[in-house]
Design a protein. Structure first.
Length: 68
């Protein structure tokens, strides 16, 4: 694979932003030594996000069930 293949997009308006994004986030995702948080750290946040549907065909039914 050509390591310099991205250079063909050098004139694109978002080229520099893409380079910065890759350096900050993409490359770090492939570094096994990169410090990461365990999944258990994110569980409470996910539980809050998914606790109650914001827009669902089942929302009314869930609200009725919660009031029982």
């Amino acid at each position: 694979m050509d390591r310099h293949l991205r250079e063909q997009f050098g004139e694109h308006p978002q080229y520099e932003q893409t380079i910065e994004f890759c350096a900050r986030y993409d490359a770090a995702a492939f570094d096994p030594a990169y410090a990461t948080l365990p999944l258990s750290f994110f569980e409470p946040m996910l539980a809050r996000v998914f606790a109650q549907p914001k827009n669902s065909i089942y929302k009314a039914a869930m609200e009725r069930q919660a009031s029982v």
